[in-house]
Design a protein around this ligand. Sequence first.
Ligand code: KG4
Ligand code: ZN
Length: 351
Amino acid sequence: MSRVTSEPLVLGIETSCDETGVGIVRGHTLLADAVASSVEEHARFGGVVPEVASRAHLEAMVPTLERACADAGIALGDVDAIAVTAGPGLAGALLVGVAAAKALAISLGKPLYGVNHLAAHVAVDQLEHGPLPDPCLAMLVSGGHSSLLRVDDVTSSVTALGATIDDAAGEAFDKVARLLGLPFPGGPHIDRVARGGNAVSIDFPRGLSSRRDLERHRFDFSFSGLKTAVARWVEAREASGEPVPVADVAAAFQEAVVDVLTRKAIDAAVDQGIEDILIGGGVAANSRLRLLAEERASARGLRVRVPRPGLCTDNGAMVAALGSEMVARGRVPSALDLPADSSMPVTHVLS
Ligand code: KG4
Ligand code: ZN
């Protein structure tokens, strides 16, 4: 059957952290997004254990591939190209996805695109809100990354404007949740508990926001001082014998994070003369972040795009979306010996 007139069918594989994701897209249309998460296996350690994640990817890869193909109603042989997260991420975890993608590309005789995980977090929004405005300002906030990027072309030109100098935003959510006795991963729990708290009841520090810090780190983030401030506050409360007001602490902590994130994203957009801000990564699922970003951006005449929560956290659809864009823009596929690169820089969009 000829497919000359239809857009390419692209399969994307994601294994950079604890989600085994296989997504299938045709052009900008999402056909399947199968995700198997090993998050529960890490919960008792309070963070992702790399070896456990790698083994879980190995076990989940084939069933997740099969589920994605069944959901999309396609056979593997129908696929026009394979995309895979080549980095950044956990080395052993990335290797499982890259090896699977190579095996598919070789056995099916289809081109392989080893793509950057961060750029994929940006590209996924096309599945929901259509073509990305060029340029756009992307803020990626998750358990592993917090960066501000200028995206002129998601397949070839991404510039880092700033990043966290210590903990990632999601990591701060997870650590603070732990000290408040909330389950891992803590972000969604803080988000939920904070709704019943008073965000202005405690004044937690805003990292890298003093005039002096802004001179050197205008678009960078720091969350470790905030995490320590919350820990000290909770310890003092416990020492006094009074109960810890969990909802208030959660709300005030969350406010400190989203206040800095939204301020810096908007400052960067204005500085770069960019009118569209895209927020991605797991923390983009945060309800307060979404609200405050919308409010502050519209006050400055800027637009905000945030994919729905299921597309913000790690998944295969984002990799397929970026792969599909690579095909559409005629990018040269990766070599079949492409490496998994755990510290792949964001400027390196295609391996
Ligand atoms: O993108 P993601 O699934 O994986 C990484 O690449 O890290 O992000 C996971 C992170 C976790 O730290 C989790 O606590 C955080 O995203 N997260 C949230 C929310 N949902 C997930 N943080 C704040 N509020 C949320 N609603
Ligand atoms: Zn991610």
